[in-house]
Design a protein around this ligand. Structure first.
Ligand code: NAI
Length: 319
């Protein structure tokens, strides 16, 4: 268990992502304080965490070396932000994705924190320069963007503000590793960070291929889930190049002309509207009707698959 001297973690906003962070930090042995503007939300989240941790323990999927009860004893709710952050070493903000709201929260935190605590935002797409500029504690600020569901998908993108101290990046990186996540250092901020830029590149070409009648929506998805995705769960696109020839240099020698030829045929940014939306929606709804029950059941199935994949990945150590 982490030493209490190491300080605790505060989660600001105990919704979907706040709850996951709380479970992850507790799995690493850290004391966690959950704060939210809605007192009822804190109560509900604590109950949900209890249920989820018990289920995870029963299925042998609970993270960390502590029992569910031990982990649960580390998490508590707090309705007062100033009290919650006292002596904390890391604050993870998880309020809705709204720039003005997040700026308000960070301005509030800026007034009450010391010079040691890390101020980290879970934002999916707000740039650190928009979130943190002008704060007295800007050196201690960073975006730590998780991937949903963070309990099963370990990647966390760490994005610094231009004035973020290198020690803030290093400490956040080490903390993420300690709780079993897989952090990456984004060296300079960029719109969409890295994960969403890659995701949007894929969505964009997927959309164009469907729009142009090259492939059906269902078959397009199969290309990822039974093709590229199988490989990408273990190695990325750059290592794929390395392995699919005699190293990257040989891959570029052999395939760069072909790649450039194909890339030049990519169309403009799609509008994501009109007939193509209807076509994609029709296929998706045949597979998963878009009412809350069917969507929830499919999400549960997806999360079960991700949990099994996470177990497999932990068993197959890289050579
Ligand atoms: P959510 O809506 O589930 O939870 C937000 C929570 O913040 C609610 O409990 C709400 O009561 C609370 N809140 C609102 N105003 C507050 C305030 N002034 N002070 C304290 N708490 C307040 O949102 P979710 O999905 O958990 O997203 C949180 C952040 O995580 C967003 O920035 C989002 O972009 C990011 N994120 C979300 C992902 C997702 O798939 N949902 C994935 C990765 C990042």
């Amino acid at each position: 268990m982490a030493s209490p001297a190491a300080g605790g973690v505060v989660i600001v906003g105990s919704g979907l992502i706040g709850r996951s962070w709380a479970m992850l930090f507790a799995s690493g042995g850290f004391k966690v304080q959950l704060y939210d503007v809605e007192q009822q939300q804190i109560t509900n989240t604590l109950e949900n965490i209890r249920k989820e941790m018990k289920l995870l323990e029963q299925s042998g999927s609970l993270k960390g070396s502590l029992s569910a009860e031990q982990q649960l004893s580390l998490i508590s709710g707090c309705g007062n932000l100033a009290e919650a952050v006292e002596g904390a070493m890391h604050i993870q903000e998880c309020v809705p994705e709204n720039l003005e709201l997040k700026k308000k929260i960070f301005a509030q935190l800026d007034r009450i924190v010391d010079d040691r605590v890390i101020l980290s935002s879970s934002s999916s797409c707000l740039l650190p320069s928009k979130l943190f500029t002008g704060l007295a504690h800007v050196k201690q600020c960073i975006v730590a963007h998780p991937v949903n569901p963070p309990y099963y998908v370990p990647l966390v993108e760490l994005i610094p503000h231009p004035e973020t101290a290198p020690a803030t990046m290093d400490r956040t990186y080490a903390l993420m590793r300690k709780i079993g996540q897989s952090p990456v250092r984004v060296l300079k901020e960029i719109d969409g960070f890295v994960l969403n830029r890659l995701q949007y590149a894929i969505i964009s070409e997927a959309w164009r291929l469907v729009q142009e009648g090259i492939v059906s929506p269902n078959d397009l998805d199969l290309v990822m889930s039974d093709g590229l995705g199988m490989r990408y769960a273990f190695i990325g696109p750059l290592e794929t190049m390395h392995l699919n020839a005699e190293g990257v240099v040989s891959y570029c020698d052999r395939y760069s002309d072909g790649m450039k030829r194909v890339l030049k045929t990519f169309g403009p940014v799609p509008e994501f509207s009109g007939a193509t939306v209807e076509k994609v929606n029709q296929d998706m709804c045949m597979k998963v009707p878009d009412d809350p029950e069917h969507l929830a059941a499919r999400r549960q199935w997806r999360d079960d698959c991700l949990m099994k994949l996470a177990q497999l990945k932990s068993q197959v150590q890289p050579q």
